[in-house]
Design a protein. Structure first.
Length: 395
């Protein structure tokens, strides 16, 4: 069988695999007439190991404490939004290879009981502190430059930029322009409130992904009260389009968790990166608090665009999405109708497609956790938009 046949088989299998995976999850969550999952019951499930404030590395046991008299239909363990294992009978545990990098990981356990109740338990492992210190050695600053006529300024070189940190000029080590591929993360709210709008949203996301250039990669994630990676670092347009069909609405909304997870997916990478977070309402189920999510974005060194849509667009929701985008140098969009999504997505992709990324090593010697940034471009009438500063991760 040739390479073309193999890729074709993957394409034909992709929609079935995605839909089957989501359907399997749906099948363990009994729904009412509204199509939404029932409310959680009283907290009765806990993660026994790894213990709180543990640094996970190598072979690790994830052990769940379940009341002995509980009638469990299914228990599912997720690590960073990906299903690790599921159990329908004891022992309520599984082995996990946590790797050698000792970074922070998010563990989530979803238990569905025989009477339809659900319990969720969460835990974050800690990162090795020295790894955080190494991470902040090189600072990346995405920047967008427009000329006097409002058009994107292309063809600029490293010598055309000046970068200041706390009013001190920094030496720019590298400049990445639009000649290199883009790594795009698209996180789409697939909670139950999205049911009516989801067909239009799927179509808009497909049109967005169809505009990417050859070599650009996409990671598509759907989120409700859990995050699902539907396709990762994919360059094949047809496989990306097939993955969009896995966006099936159900459950609640964990916007803060999803935003942090999306940023984490590209946090360690270098190059041209962008995150788009699409949601239709306020957070209801996140483990991460809003303030913590904002701090993670300020540490993440990646531009975040947010799109707020639908009936849940409260003043608080708009304020949150605007703050998340502004903290990274991105923008927030609030289209009124589904047919206005294309314009929002087109604007975002236009900006990401003309993005410069400046990299430097800070000369700061103090212990302040917030450092102010200013980027200037030496071209007539040019304006630069970049994040106003960055937060140094705890060391």
């Amino acid at each position: 069988m040739g390479m073309h046949d193999t890729r074709r088989d993957r394409l034909h299998a992709a929609p079935m695999l995605i839909v089957s995976a989501i359907s399997a999850l749906l099948s363990i969550v009994p729904c009412g007439a509204s199509g939404q999952a029932p409310a959680f019951g009283e907290a009765s499930v806990a993660i026994r190991t790894p213990a709180p404030r543990t640094i996970a590395a190598g072979d690790t046991l994830i052990d769940i404490a379940v009341p002995p008299d509980a009638k469990v239909a299914r228990l599912v363990i997720f690590v960073d939004g990906r299903e690790l294992c599921s159990r329908e009978r004891p022992p309520w545990s599984c082995r996990w290879d946590a790797g050698k990098d000792m970074k922070e990981r998010h563990l989530r356990v979803v238990v569905t009981f025989a009477d339809g109740r659900r319990n969720v338990a969460n835990r974050r492992t800690q990162a090795l502190e020295v790894a955080e210190s190494v991470h902040v050695a090189a600072v990346q600053v995405p920047a967008l430059v427009t000329g006097r006529d409002g058009r994107f300024a292309r063809g600029l070189h490293q010598a055309d930029f000046t970068l200041l940190e706390d009013d001190r000029v920094q030496h720019i080590d590298t400049l990445i322009d639009d000649s290199l591929p883009l790594e795009l993360i698209v996180a789409v709210d697939m909670s139950g409130s999205m049911e009516d709008a989801m067909p239009q949203v799927r179509d808009a996301v497909k049109r967005l992904l169809a505009r990417l250039r050859p070599g650009d990669t996409t990671t598509l994630v759907g989120f409700n009260d859990t995050m699902f990676v539907l396709v990762e670092s994919e360059t094949d347009p047809e496989l990306r389009e097939a993955a969009v069909e896995g966006l099936l609405p159900w459950g609640g909304t964990a916007l803060y968790d999803a935003t942090v997870s999306a940023v984490e997916l590209v946090r360690e990478q270098r190059g041209r990166r962008g995150v788009i977070v699409f949601s239709d309402g306020d957070d209801r189920h996140s483990v991460v608090r809003k303030e913590e999510a904002l701090a993670r974005i300020q540490e993440g060194q990646v531009v975040v665009y947010t799109v707020g849509f639908g009936r849940g667009r409260s003043a608080r929701f708009r304020e949150t999405l605007t703050a998340f985008a502004h903290a990274s140098g991105g923008r927030a969009f609030f289209p009124e109708r589904s047919n206005a999504l294309d314009a929002a997505f087109d604007s975002i992709l236009d900006e990401l497609s003309h993005q410069y990324v400046l990299s430097y090593v800070s000369d700061a010697t103090d212990a302040r956790d917030w450092r102010r940034l200013e980027v200037k471009a030496r071209c007539e009438g040019c304006k630069v938009r970049a994040r106003e500063g960055y937060r140094v991760p705890d060391r």
